[in-house]
Ligand binder design. Structure first.
Ligand SMILES: Cc1cc2nc3c(=O)[nH]c(=O)nc-3n(C[C@H](O)[C@H](O)[C@H](O)COP(=O)(O)O)c2cc1C
Length: 304
């Protein structure tokens, strides 16, 4: 058997393996570094960052559900300058790629964050287009193909690093949004973000989340994510980073068979802080067992 090669390449950036952290579930790595050897990860994707600090939503903002959780954290973050000053130098001590997830309320804000990151020592930008566009009256950039193309094009123009566009599943036709992002110049896509959900406390007869609705993540959303990755992989020609309910190596392999090049671990970090490492080991074990020598081979091996 050839030597096991777990490397992947996204827009010219080589990752030692396909396993990343899903934005918002791993902080900026510091919080997990006592449990996880960050050197073993393909990339750390940091929490969503905006130009100015954002307070986030009121509590309660987390609710447990069957096979998952709801969150309405609301993109709380300390702003780009704190990330550049404190988090990036911390992560640079490790041999892992750094991907910064960016948030904005307007196209201009996304562009400002991307521009500022041009001077930062990071490897890629992930554009989260699931948040409301206040100027346009509460429409999500990620739910309209033309808006997706427009914001991607604007950010691509100012970004120095390769651009990943992160898609929301809260749409009727994810393929049209993916095509919009690719038309706008996305170097890669990541999917999926959380599914809009709601939970009610039947004794209090009140919604559990202060925000009433929140984003569902975890194993409950995996079949939706697999279906969407499979549909999009057949329709576009850029690498896909798959996520949504990955708990172990087998889940990650399922995403690759659906067409993903890379994978990200989200909610599992909360239930098992070492989940990312278990996923790396699980993928390696599967490759050995089934005689695969590259991630590319797995991705192309789905039988119908
Ligand atoms: C608490 C929490 C915070 C999140 N924050 C962000 C964020 O800032 N930006 C983003 O693009 N996605 C964010 N996400 C979505 C995750 O990155 C991921 O797409 C989603 O949770 C699906 O993966 P999972 O089922 O493995 O958690 C967040 C998810 C959770 C649970």
């Amino acid at each position: 058997m050839n030597k096991l090669n777990m490397k992947i390449n996204i827009a010219g950036i080589e990752l030692k393996n396909p396993v990343m952290t899903a934005s918002g579930t791993f902080g900026s790595g510091k919080e997990y570094s006592d449990y996880v050897d960050l050197n073993r990860l393909g990339a750390v994707v940091v929490k969503g960052i905006s130009m100015k600090p954002w307070k986030g939503n009121s509590s309660p903002r987390i609710a447990e559900t069957y096979g998952g959780m709801l969150n309405s954290v609301g993109l709380q973050n300390p702003g780009i300058e704190v990330l550049i000053k404190e988090d990036i130098p911390f992560l640079r001590q490790y041999d892992t790629k750094i991907i910064v997830n960016i948030a904005g309320k307007t196209v201009e804000e996304y562009c400002q964050v991307a521009e500022r990151l041009g001077e930062a020592d990071i490897d890629m930008i992930e554009l989260n287009i699931s948040c409301p566009n206040v100027k346009e009256g509460g429409v999500c950039f990620g739910t309209d193909p033309f808006m997706a193309e427009h914001v991607t094009k604007a950010v691509k123009k100012v970004a120095k690093q390769p651009l990943i566009v992160k898609l929301t599943p809260n749409v009727t036709d994810i393929v049209s949004i993916a095509k919009g992002a690719v038309a706008g110049g996305a170097d890669a896509l990541s999917m999926i973000n959380t599914l809009l959900g709601m939970a009610i406390d039947i004794n209090k007869r009140k919604p559990i989340l202060a925000n009433i609705v929140g984003g569902l993540s975890g194993p409950a959303i995996k079949p939706v994510a697999i279906r969407m990755v499979h549909e999009v992989a057949k329709a576009v020609d850029v690498p896909i980073i798959g996520m949504g309910g990955i708990m172990n190596g087998d889940d990650a392999i399922e995403f690759m068979l659906a067409g993903a090049t890379g994978v990200a671990v989200g909610m599992a970090n909360f239930t098992s802080p070492t989940a990312t490492i278990e996923v790396v080991d699980g993928i390696e074990k599967y490759m050995k067992k089934h005689g695969f020598s590259s991630i590319d081979e797995i991705r192309k091996s789905l039988q119908y």
